[in-house]
Structures are given as structure tokens and as C-alpha cells.
Design a binder for this molecule. Structure first.
Ligand SMILES: NC(=O)c1ccc[n+]([C@@H]2O[C@H](COP(=O)([O-])OP(=O)(O)OC[C@H]3O[C@@H](n4cnc5c(N)ncnc54)[C@H](OP(=O)(O)O)[C@@H]3O)[C@@H](O)[C@H]2O)c1
Length: 246
């Protein structure tokens, strides 16, 4: 069995996921870069290898259960366990498919369903696939990339910065994901596994051209939740060490 910690990051070929892999790799962790495109995933892993990091591409399309199984089989064969799962992959369709903001009364069920498939249902499927391997770690960590936009407390507070920023399908998919994180953390509370939801900040990526912070900052919350100490918290919603309201 490898002495190094093994981390799997989904959607790691670009954006926050790629930078999360880089920062975890810089801590001496072996990083498996999950990507749905072999070409982009291999290129991303190559970039990190050229920086001297222990990085490998692994084919994982969140929307394709066959790749969850093949990835889990390959990790089991090579490493016998998984220490860290960062559920980073996510999609944001509200604006692109509607040509601008659309209110809750008009957002189509199609957009809701597509968004929930990737951000919620299939992220649960990935997590369930890997839990048996994470249970074989002596310090399992599961991170869900949520968003402050998933916070119902902030959305219903007229004084909050996001009160007037409502993208229904994306926001509510993250609210649902937060719910799953709380339930899974409860289930695993008497194990060494810690389960938390991360808000990365408003990060400049392809998903958010108007972001306010660079990916180097945006990856920090995921990295800290992925490397929490044994006495760290579980079942929390965190941004840079601070707890957010659900
Ligand atoms: N940027 C922000 O300000 C912000 C704020 C709050 C939360 N977040 C969350 O942070 C996470 C990362 O966001 P980002 O800004 O880095 O987005 P991004 O630049 O758009 O990157 C998204 C990543 O997810 C991957 N992905 C999407 N669907 C996938 C699937 N079915 N299977 C595998 N990979 C898939 C993409 O792969 P392809 O290259 O193949 O498309 C890409 O690698 C997301 O969950 C997002 O909701 C971001």
C-alpha cells in the first residue's frame, strides 16, 4: 500500500479542480486528476508532472456511471484505498442556455434536470461508488464543491450580497448538495471520515468570468477541507476556514 495520501479530484482538467490538484500535489499527496476528456485530463496531469508533482489522469465522467466503476476498480487495484475525494466537477447552465438570467417561475425543467443530474444526482453516484474505498483509509476526507449561492439563509436575507443574484437551477442544485453533505456527514460521524461542503469564493474561471479572486485563492478551501486533521470538523459549510449558513 502506498505511504502517500491518494486524492481524487473530479473535473480536475481546468479551473478550481486543476488548481486544487496542484496544491494537494504540492503537499506531497498523489493526485488523480479526474476528467471526462482523456485528452484534456492527460494534458493537465502532464503539466503537473512537469512541475515535479505526483499526478495521474483518471477517466471519470460524472455523468457516466461506467467510468465511476472503472476508476474505482483501477484505484482499488493500484492503491487499495482512497484518502481524499474532492467532488469538484460542476456545471452552470442557467445563463448560457437561457441567454441571460431567468427567474424561478420561468426556468425550464430541462435546465433544472440537467443541472441537478451533474451537480447533485451524479455527484452522489460518484461519492457512493468511492465510499467503500474511502472507508479503507485511516483518514478519509470528502469535499463537496458547493457555492455560497446554495445558501438558503443568504438568499432569503435582503441584506446579503447574493440576495439579488439568483440563478435558480444552479443555486438550488448546490442547496441540495449541501443537504446531502449534512446527511452523509451524519452517517459517517463515528468513523474517521470527514465530510464537508466548500464555497470556493467568487473565482475567475471559465464558469465565472466576473469572478473576484484567482484560482490560487479559490482552491484553498477545498485543499484545507481535504487535509483536515483528525480532530477537524465534519458536516460544515466552509469558506476559507469560516463557517457559512446553510
Ligand atoms: N468559479 C466560481 O466562482 C465558483 C463559485 C462557487 C462554486 N464553484 C464550484 O466550483 C466547482 C469548479 O468550478 P470552476 O469555476 O472551476 O468551473 P469550470 O472552470 O467551468 O470547470 C468545471 C470543471 O468541471 C468539469 N466537468 C463538468 N461536467 C463534468 C462531468 N460530467 N464529468 C467530469 N467533469 C465535468 C469540467 O470538465 P470539461 O473541461 O470537460 O468541461 C471542468 O474540468 C464547480 O462545482 C462550481 O460549481 C465555482
Amino acid at each position: 500500500m502506498s505511504e502517500k495520501k491518494i486524492a481524487l479530484i473530479t473535473g480536475a482538467n481546468r479551473g478550481i479542480g486543476f488548481e486544487t490538484a496542484r496544491q494537494l500535489g504540492q503537499q506531497g499527496i498523489k493526485v488523480l486528476l479526474g476528467a471526462r476528456s482523456a485528452e484534456k485530463g492527460k494534458e493537465a496531469a502532464e503539466t503537473l508532472k512537469n512541475e515535479g508533482l505526483d499526478a495521474e489522469f483518471i477517466h471519470l465522467d460524472v455523468d457516466d456511471p461506467a467510468t465511476h466503476e472503472s476508476a474505482a476498480r483501477s484505484i482499488e487495484e493500484k492503491f487499495g484505498r482512497l484518502d481524499i475525494l474532492v467532488n469538484n466537477a460542476g456545471i452552470y447552465l442557467d445563463e448560457a442556455e437561457n441567454g441571460g438570467f431567468v427567474p424561478a417561475s420561468k426556468t425550464s425543467l430541462e435546465i433544472f434536470r440537467k443541472t441537478f443530474d451533474t451537480n447533485f444526482f451524479n455527484t452522489i453516484a460518484v461519492t457512493q461508488q468511492f465510499i467503500p474505498l474511502i472507508k479503507k483509509s485511516d483518514a478519509g476526507r470528502i469535499v463537496f464543491l458547493s457555492s455560497g449561492l446554495g445558501s438558503l439563509n443568504l438568499h432569503s436575507d435582503p441584506n446579503s450580497a447574493i440576495y439579488n443574484y439568483k440563478v435558480p437551477a444552479y443555486d438550488i442544485s448546490k442547496t441540495a448538495l449541501n443537504g446531502y453533505a449534512v446527511h452523509l456527514a451524519y452517517e459517517l460521524k463515528d468513523t474517521p471520515i470527514k465530510v464537508n461542503a466548500a464555497h470556493p469564493g467568487s473565482v475567475v474561471t471559465d464558469m465565472n468570468a466576473n469572478g473576484e479572486i484567482p484560482v490560487e485563492e479559490g482552491a484553498k478551501t477545498s485543499v484545507s477541507l481535504a487535509t483536515l486533521p483528525a480532530d477537524g470538523y465534519t458536516g460544515k459549510f466552509i469558506y476559507l476556514g469560516n463557517e457559512l449558513p446553510w
